[in-house]
Design a protein around this ligand. Structure first.
Ligand code: 4AD
Ligand code: MG
Length: 449
């Protein structure tokens, strides 16, 4: 039978079953009479030890080569593993030119070095672990929402609106080879989506609780360790929600449930990341400690006495990365919610708190150590006339007639949030640079492969 390395390693009482395993050689060690190979196929961090006698040519069996091994699965005499494969036949499927191969045997390459090889870095232990965790976390997020009664919606990738109103759009144009009677393929300017929120709001008017989890795009010219031009966002929208507390509860539950599931499904992969990338890192937990909640205006009043943000900060400016860092440190490096931002800093859809001259909206961000802003969310303006005026002030009235319609035909108080998926992975794995948790990162001046 053909077995994955994971299944072979998991065999309880192997007693010489004949199996076939396929994968890539991760190590070769030859002793007088025997040859030890480790074969990995990506199904687990651990590789399968293959034991071969000296009749096999060790020069053929080079690091990096792909092989198919047939033999008997037996209990290993070594304490380091339970199971090993006693080879009867080893076929090299593809040779590896070890001299030219950028990944070297027994070397621990820094992540920056590996970033130059997006087509090869997945063959290292560390990227293997990160990408398996990414896959597990994706499944965990879907199952959290399914178990909580949310309906999954495929929101469009190509859209004619700019949800966040920040103008950080990539425009979509058809290739010049395609001849159309019109200049423009869609007749209107079309863009890659920055957020599925507005489409989710449409759906929340019928399904009550909805979510989407897909790629989003921002032409942000920011060369930082937490921004990408293409990233995945987990977004939820919930009808009949009246307070930020209700939203924060779902944000917290999503974070907890996903993390618990990842930890139970691939503990070795998480452990490897912590050991090699962030020694001493502990997964941030909402369970151990209570999270702090600051409203932005309270925070500012507080800051005047305590100077916790350490430098220039006043009403009306947004929290900068450095502010976030100091604030998190001040709170003992646990997740911190910030609520009620100045209206002027936030998009048109956020619900007006009607609190006089400060003029805040019901926004909520969640900051986490090492990453900063992980979630952004808000209550949405569900009142027809308030929204109409807000749109008029921004000159968006015409484009958003359909959005106003939602407030005419059975409007309900509602709210939602978006979580940056790569930032979530950075947070639980302790990965410094966002480019290392994305299989094929895109950012300013770089679109490799
Ligand atoms: O705060 P943002 O811009 O919120 C929205 O787009 C809302 N419409 C979401 C909603 O309410 N449905 O983005 C949400 C999160 C951020 O908190 C951050 O974690 C992540 O998306 N994010 C990025 N991640 C990587 N690279 C970028 N350029 C990102 N921009 C935002
Ligand atoms: Mg935000």
């Amino acid at each position: 039978a053909k077995l994955s390395v994971r299944d072979a390693l998991g065999a309880q009482n192997p007693s010489g079953e004949r199996v076939k395993v396929q994968g890539w050689i991760r190590s070769v060690r030859s002793q007088k009479e025997v040859l030890f190979l480790h074969v990995n196929d990506g199904s687990s961090l651990e590789s399968l030890q293959v034991v071969a006698d000296s009749s096999f040519d060790s020069r053929e069996l080079a690091f990096g080569s792909s092989v198919e091994v047939q033999g008997q699965l037996i209990k290993s005499p070594s304490k380091r593993q339970n199971v090993e494969l006693k080879a009867e036949k080893i076929e090299v499927i593809g040779n590896c030119d070890a001299k030219a191969f950028p990944i070297k045997y027994k070397e621990r390459h820094p992540l920056e070095y590996l970033r130059q090889y997006p087509h090869l870095r997945c063959r290292t232990n560390v990227l293997g672990s990160i990408l398996r965790v990414r896959s597990e976390a994706t499944a965990a997020i879907h199952s959290f929402f399914k178990d909580s009664g949310f309906v999954h919606i495929h929101t469009p990738i190509i859209t004619s609106n700019d949800c966040e109103g920040a103008g950080e759009l990539f425009q979509v144009e058809h290739s010049s080879k395609i001849k159309l009677p019109e200049e423009n393929f869609f007749n209107v300017p079309a863009f890659l989506t920055v957020s599925g929120q507005l489409h989710l709001e449409v759906m929340s008017g019928a399904f009550t609780q909805v979510f989407t989890f897909g790629p989003t795009f921002r032409a942000e010219n920011s060369q930082t360790r937490r921004h990408l031009a293409e990233f995945y966002m987990v977004e939820a929208e919930i009808s009949f929600v009246k307070s930020l507390q209700d939203l924060m509860k779902v944000m917290e539950e999503l974070f907890k449930a996903t993390t618990v599931m990842v930890l139970s499904n691939c503990p070795e992969d998480v452990e490897l990341c912590h050991k090699f990338i962030a020694p001493g890192q502990k997964v941030i937990s909402f369970v151990d400690k209570p999270q702090y909640i600051y409203s932005l205006n309270m925070l500012i009043a507080y800051n005047e006495y305590n100077y916790i943000l350490k430098f220039f900060f006043f009403w009306g400016i947004d929290l900068q990365t450095e502010h976030e860092k100091y604030l998190l440190k001040h709170c003992g490096n646990i997740p911190v919610f910030i609520i009620n931002y100045p209206s002027a800093l936030k998009p048109f859809y956020m619900r007006d708190n009607e609190d006089g001259p400060q003029h805040t909206v019901a926004a909520v961000d969640l900051l986490v150590p090492g990453v900063g802003e992980l979630f952004g969310g808000s209550l949405r303006e569900e009142r027809y006339h308030v929204l109409e005026q807000r749109l008029a002030r921004s000159g968006l009235q015409e484009a958003y007639q359909w959005y106003l319609d939602l407030r005419r035909f059975g409007s309900v108080p509602h709210g939602g949030f978006g979580m940056g998926f790569e930032r979530y992975l950075q947070c639980i794995l302790g990965v410094e640079n966002i480019k290392d948790v994305m299989p094929f990162p895109r950012f300013t001046h770089s679109c490799l492969l």
